[in-house]
Design a protein around this ligand. Sequence first.
Ligand code: ACM
Ligand code: ZN
Length: 580
Amino acid sequence: MTFQMRKIYLFLFFVSAFLCPSEAQNNVRADYRIIPQPQRVETDTTQAFTLRDGMTISYDAANSEVARNAQFLQQWVAQATGLRLTLAPTDKQAAVQLLLVQPTAKKTKKGKKGPVAAEPTEQEQEAYTLTVNAQGVTLSARQPVGLFRAAQTLRKSLPVRPASQQAEALLLPFTTIQDQPRFSYRGVLLDCGRHFFTVETIKQFLDVMALHGCNQFHWHLTEDQGWRFEVKALPRLAKEGSVREKTVIGPGHMRIYDNIPYGGYYTQDECREVVRYAAERYINVVPEIDMPGHMQSALHVFPNLGCTGGPYAVATNWGVMREVLCGGNPETLDFLKTVFGELCDVFPSKFIHIGGDECPKERWQKCAKCQAKIKELGLTSDPKDDGKGGRGSQDGRSAENKLQTYINHEIEKFLASRGRSLIGWDEILSGGLTENAIVMSWRGVKGGIQAARQKHRVIMSPNVFAYIDHPQLKDYGKQPRTTDSYIVSCSKMHSFEPVLPDSLTAEEQQCILGVQANLWTEQVAYPEHAFYQLLPRLGAMSEVQWCRPEQKDFEDFKRRLPRLEKLYERLGVPYCNQVE
Ligand code: ACM
Ligand code: ZN
């Protein structure tokens, strides 16, 4: 470089620093105001650690989970910024350290152990501390999952650089972040019954969930329109039950079809691969077999399981079907135990979802087998409950709804023998809850309130706040067509408060395990559309799931969103770029 050139160079540097210092700095400067917002962040913006290309990440290589999290962090830093950090197990001088800190048992004066500390809650197990000081960056946690959460926080704090301008150094302001989630259950449902999504798409979905701190993937595997789970003892079930002859296009009542057969199911090996991939990202897979309603695909294969004996077709239109499993046929329970048995073999989840929603009872009211079973069990309708068919029939204490509770009870015992707990949609309240049932409240919050008052565990997923199959913008013309009866805007979702102090006592509030967003897919046939529905609303939902209510501020959320959106772009996932 000649002297003259250097002068020009310096001059340009000063001009750019003078004119737009913040923008220049923002490109290489971390910002800890992320989504979901951590519980406590104390930052000193006057001092920063400079993280440079080639610096090292140190970790305990003897712990394979910690080692994996170090690799994740290495990949994420490179992906967002281009900075290539080196993995250096046990390097005490490393710029970034992943440390597991085991809580030390307190000792009394005489050297005896003090009082045993209370078992940490599930949320405390996920806690972490992230510090940046002159020595570098330290991620510390009592469990590897905490290190994973800390690494996600660091990743989201980094500036996302265009591939053409990858950084050689980043400024990380000094900080101490202490964080843990508010709720232990932070879920997202993907309906793979109405439309089938490949394992590759599901992995991408899981990555996006993990980015938002979610830890429960509710996999809706069976529907009237398609059975997606391989059951080895019943090989025809998935082969034939997964295929529908055609699919309705546009509004269902118009009855216009595409006349194209549609199918797809997951082999058990594929399901295990999803479980493995999810577990590496600290996500549990909650599988759902929806019964005794939403079973037309199974009835197509086994018409003997229906009250009328069929024939039945795999459904080609959407809605609530009156054809359901026969509640009085002993073969129904044999079938369910075979299916749930294999489900438990494949999915280690402590929660198994049994559906239970939208099971009209008009067939049961007229079916000799169902009525004989009701008589045998001595079930009676409570006064004033006529249990008439249709969707509303799930809401009363009719003998038929109590028959559904009987089936739930049999399945609850079966699942308990495998060490599992049952989750059901809030309709399972109608005929009476089984002993340990967990209620997923979807028709508003009232089912959740009712269940918590009975001291049952609850997951809140009220449709008007949490159903992301619905539009997110007021202007329907600006977004892909989807379920359109009401709008679930980002701000609406963000405003949801799942613990209801006006309705629940402090003890009842403890029953609220968490919150879930649901992506039903009647109108969502492609992965691009699925991600568009999901994002950025999952950002809003993640603050409901993770943050304390007093921390939430939607205007501030909007200010923090652009950096996350850049990461969505880097990950190649579509999102709605407007927020209301
Ligand atoms: C549901 O949306 N039918 C649970
Ligand atoms: Zn029947």
